[in-house]
Design a protein around this ligand. Structure first.
Ligand SMILES: CC(C)(COP(=O)(O)OP(=O)(O)OC[C@H]1O[C@@H](n2cnc3c(N)ncnc32)[C@H](O)[C@@H]1OP(=O)(O)O)[C@@H](O)C(=O)NCCC(=O)NCCS
Length: 164
């Protein structure tokens, strides 16, 4: 999958932001002391590759790993500036919580965080379900960006393929 470019100065309104908040789901930056809980959750639901990337987001100030939480339970996460500066991803939502707008709410919160950090554009690196991003964003395919920054990446056999 090639990378995609998003114009951060031209973000649309995401109605999921309000919908998710009304459902009592908080989307916010993770904080350092809960980092191990966040990483254990990502390990249980996704892959060690994504644990490595989210850990990078947790190590930054301000933290660039975002989480969705309800009743002290994590439902999803999204990151930026993990594998490369200016990159959005990875992101993932608990299978049981999908289809409620949480993925959208995490996406827009993280993109706004990137805009506030001073970026003009975000790169969605190796996006997997591009249709998810194209639903809300007018994103542009970046030619010759496969395998891009992930070229030659090591994969532990136990990790299996990256979901997406
Ligand atoms: C992609 C993902 C984060 C979406 O989370 P979600 O909470 O279900 O998404 P939302 O409920 O906010 O969906 C927003 C819209 O995108 C659509 N959508 C969701 N997942 C989609 C997918 N995989 N492909 C195409 N469209 C998708 C929804 O139908 C919805 O559209 P609608 O409002 O018109 O009904 C989630 O499916 C996931 O964790 N997938 C596995 C990990 C992954 O692939 N991550 C992305 C690669 S980094």
């Amino acid at each position: 999958m090639t990378d995609y470019l998003v114009r951060l100065y031209d973000l649309p309104v995401f109605e999921a932001e309000a919908r998710v908040a009304a459902a009592g789901i908080m989307v916010r930056r993770a904080i350092a002391p809960e980092g191990h809980v966040v990483l254990d959750w990502i390990r249980a639901h996704f892959s060690e590759h994504w644990v490595s990337e989210a850990a990078r987001g947790l190590a930054q100030t301000p933290v660039t790993t975002w989480i969705a939480v309800k009743d002290n339970k994590m439902l999803g996460f999204a990151c930026h500036d993990t594998t490369a500066k200016g990159f959005f991803g990875p992101t993932g939502v608990d299978v049981a919580a999908r289809g409620q707008g949480i993925g959208d709410a995490l996406l827009i919160a993280t993109l706004k965080g990137m805009r506030e950090a001073g970026y003009g554009y975000a790169v969605i690196g190796d996006p997997g379900p591009i249709a998810f991003y194209q639903k809300r964003l007018d994103c542009l395919e970046i030619p010759k960006s496969k395998p891009g920054v992930y070229a030659g990446m090591l994969r532990a056999q136990k990790d299996g393929p990256i979901p997406g």
